[in-house]
Each structure stands twice: as C-alpha cells, then as structure tokens.
Design a binder for this molecule. Structure first.
Ligand SMILES: Cc1cc2nc3c(=O)[nH]c(=O)nc-3n(C[C@H](O)[C@H](O)[C@H](O)COP(=O)(O)OP(=O)(O)OC[C@H]3O[C@@H](n4cnc5c(N)ncnc54)[C@H](O)[C@@H]3O)c2cc1C
Length: 381
C-alpha cells in the first residue's frame, strides 16, 4: 500500500494551489456570499478545468485528461479548501458526465459528454422531491409513455446546479414500482426552475425544478427501464466519496486558519497555541482530517477498481462530513469573538459545514446502510 502522491499528481496539485491562491481566492472573496452568475461560475469552472476539475477522470476522447478518480478527489479537495461554492458545480458535472458515460446511448454520449466535461454546459441530478428525501424509492415524479416520447410531470427540489442547468437527469417512475432515469434537455424539452436560499453555499445554485407535461424522446432514457434505483446506488458511490471531500476540504481550511490564528493570538501572556486545551483542538482536527481522507481515498480506490464499496462510501461520507462540523465549530471557538465575524473565513466555513451531512444521504441513512451491510438486517422501517 503506497500513500505517496505520484509525480503527475504532485505537479497538478502544486500548480492548482498557486492558481487558487493567486486568482480564485481573491476573486471569490471580492464576490462575497451572494449568487454567482452563470457566466462567472462558468469562467471559473473552465479555468479550474485546465487543472483537472471535471476533466481529470474522464476519457480523452470526450475532452478529459484520462487520469483517475482518486486524482480527481485530490483536485477537488484543493478547490473545496478555497471555495466549496466553486467546487460543487464541478463535482456535479463530473458525476453527471460519468452517469451518462455509464448509462447513455452512444448518441447521448456524443451530444452531451464533451460539453459537460468542458463545462460549456451544466448538468443537474434530481432525485429529491418535496415529500421524498431519504426514501429514494418513493419518488412520485411520473413519466408516461406516449408513442416514442415520455410525458413527464412532477416537482424536484434541492437540485444542485438547478439554475445553471442545461441538462437535467431526472429520476422518475416509468411504471408501477419501476424507477428509471431520463435525460431532459432544458432548451429542447423545457422545465421551470426556482432558486432556494440557504444558510450558506448561496454562491452556487440549489433549486426547485418543475416538470409540467415535459415531452422527452424515449431515446433519452439512461440505462434500462426499472434499473433506476440500482443505477442511483452506483452513482452515489462516486458522489459520496466527493461529499466526504466537501467536508475534508472545509475541515482542512478550518485547521489551516486555526493554526495560523493560534500562532499569532496572545492571551494570558503567551500564544494561544501554547494553551493545552487549544493544542488538543488542533491535534484532534488534524487527526480526524487524515482519518477521514484515508476513508475517502480507500472508498474511491475501491470504486475505480470496480469493487463493491457501498459500506466504505457510506463510512467516508458520514465521517468526512461530520468531522467538518466539529472542526469548523472548533475553529470558530479558537478564533473567539473574531470567529463569528464575517472578516474571518471560519464563520463561513462553519455555516457551510453544517449543510454537508445532509445531501446524498444523511448521516443517519449512511449509518443504516453500514449496519445493513454488516448484519444483513435493514433498520430503515
Ligand atoms: C445543499 C443541498 C444540495 C442537495 N442537492 C441535491 C441534488 O442535487 N439532487 C437531489 O436529488 N437532492 C439533493 N439534495 C437533497 C438531499 O439529498 C436530501 O435533503 C437528503 O437526502 C435528505 O432528505 P430530506 O431533506 O427530505 O430529509 P428527510 O428524508 O425528510 O429526513 C429528515 C430527517 O430524518 C432522518 N431520517 C429519515 N429517514 C430515517 C430513518 N429511516 N431512520 C432514521 N432517521 C431517518 C434524516 O436523517 C433526517 O435527519 C440536496 C440537499 C441539500 C441540503
């Protein structure tokens, strides 16, 4: 087992970090907390794509770099360290493109993969509905066959990239107890979008999507009919490794800021890093971040090697996002009063971290999945 980076990964990460520090960090700070317009987000995504965001794991024939998913996680962590708002749309485009690569027809791949990988287009992935969250099998959005088209009706919510999206991969019922995926093109088939305002991560888009008699050719079905749940679980494996890195990127930034602050701030006649209760917080953060990263990398290696990794992906997602909540909370504590002001980045990190244990299966759901893998007994209902 080798934990060291290879030469290519080292070079990519070094040049990416320089670019993030010199260009993206100041531009993101200047932008502030509000929604990032599509053109600006697209420009940032395309600049970061040249360092591998979105492109790294995809095949060269579609415009990717032909690297691996583990390298993509490393790149993703760097971007998340600087701005989760900017990392997230790249994560959705990467995973959405992978879904089309695995399940789409050759025609759909030719039509959409190059544009999603270059970020000329944005994709969104929709499972959740107002009444459907953790219980994915209960989706109500319905596609009814009419000749060689589907007619789709329903409402999706919490959809990342929703407002930016050109393409929407919709999880819907195509028959009694039959869940499938259908690719909807916003320009060709049409759907309505409304943004959702949150406690954090308002730079990127989270939205509702409304589908009213949307007619889509049957040839836009992704994967076999009725295989939607199985295919969702497969794509969740990629997503959960990235979600773990959402948390790890935030926690690492929280540690970075805390180390810096505790080396500078003096109380009771010495630097606060010299107080044992602060030292404990710093040591705990660093150890939990490394443990979380090892879990995420193990899960990603298993996924890219084609091994079954549902338990390992759930462990990584649960742990990586929950340690982000404690690390960012401790970072605020280490900063004292300054930690709750918008002048210090830890305030933003803490608001962002609290969101991370929710998407792609909550912490509770990850624990139920892990336990089911170990005991063979489900505890969902
Ligand atoms: C920022 C953000 C981005 C998102 N992006 C997307 C996206 O792009 N696409 C998409 O489809 N969805 C997306 N989601 C939705 C997300 O996947 C859901 O919010 C999540 O699955 C939880 O569903 P819910 O919010 O309906 O909560 P619920 O399922 O209603 O759960 C409420 C609470 O009950 C707990 N709970 C539920 N069932 C059980 C059980 N059996 N045992 C114990 N506890 C249980 C949950 O853990 C949670 O604490 C996003 C959400 C957020 C916040």
């Amino acid at each position: 087992m080798d934990f060291s980076l290879n030469e290519e990964q080292r070079m990519v990460l070094e040049s990416l970090r320089k670019f993030l520090d010199a260009e993206i960090e100041p531009a993101f700070r200047a932008h502030g907390d509000g929604p990032i317009p599509r053109e600006k987000m697209q420009r940032w995504m395309q600049e970061l794509s040249e360092y591998g965001l979105i492109k790294a794991p995809h095949e060269e024939q579609w415009g990717g770099f032909g690297m691996d998913w583990l390298t993509h996680l490393l790149i993703f962590e760097e971007v998340a360290f600087t701005s989760l708002d900017i990392a997230v749309p790249g994560f959705i485009n990467s995973v959405g493109a992978e879904m089309i690569r695995q399940l789409g027809s050759d025609e759909l791949k030719r039509k959409y993969l190059p544009d999603l990988i270059s970020c000329d287009k944005f994709v969104a992935l929709g499972i959740s509905e107002p009444d459907v969250g953790s219980d994915v099998a209960a989706v109500k959005t319905r596609a009814v066959r009419d000749g060689d088209h589907w007619v789709i009706n329903g409402e999706k919510t919490w959809i990342t990239n929703g407002e930016y999206s050109d393409v929407f991969i919709c999880t819907c019922k195509t028959g009694e107890g039959e869940i499938s995926h259908i690719l909807i093109d916003r320009e060709e088939h049409g759907y309505d979008v409304a943004g959702i305002k949150k406690m954090a991560l308002n730079g990127q888009s989270t939205a509702q999507i409304f589908l009213s008699d949307v007619r889509v050719p049957v040839s836009n079905t992704l994967g076999e009919l009725g295989q939607g749940l199985k295919n969702t679980l497969k794509i969740f494996e990629y997503a959960r490794c990235h979600m773990a890195i959402w948390g790890i990127g935030l926690a690492r930034r929280a540690l970075h800021e805390s180390v810096k602050y505790s080396q500078e701030r003096e109380q009771h006649g010495k630097k606060i890093a010299g107080h044992q209760l602060i030292a404990d917080k710093i040591a705990t953060m660093a150890t939990e971040i490394d443990a979380a990263r090892l879990l995420a990398h193990r899960a990603m290696c298993m996924v890219q090697n084609g091994e079954r990794a549902d338990k390992e992906c759930s462990m990584a997602k649960w742990y990586g996002t929950e340690i982000a909540v404690t690390a960012t909370r401790n970072a605020v504590q280490i900063h004292g009063g300054n930690g709750v002001t918008t002048e210090f980045v830890v305030e933003r990190l803490a608001r962002e971290a609290i969101i991370t244990p929710i998407p792609d299966g909550t912490t509770e759901i990850q624990k139920l999945l892990i336990s089911r893998c170990l005991t063979g007994i489900q505890a969902f209902r």
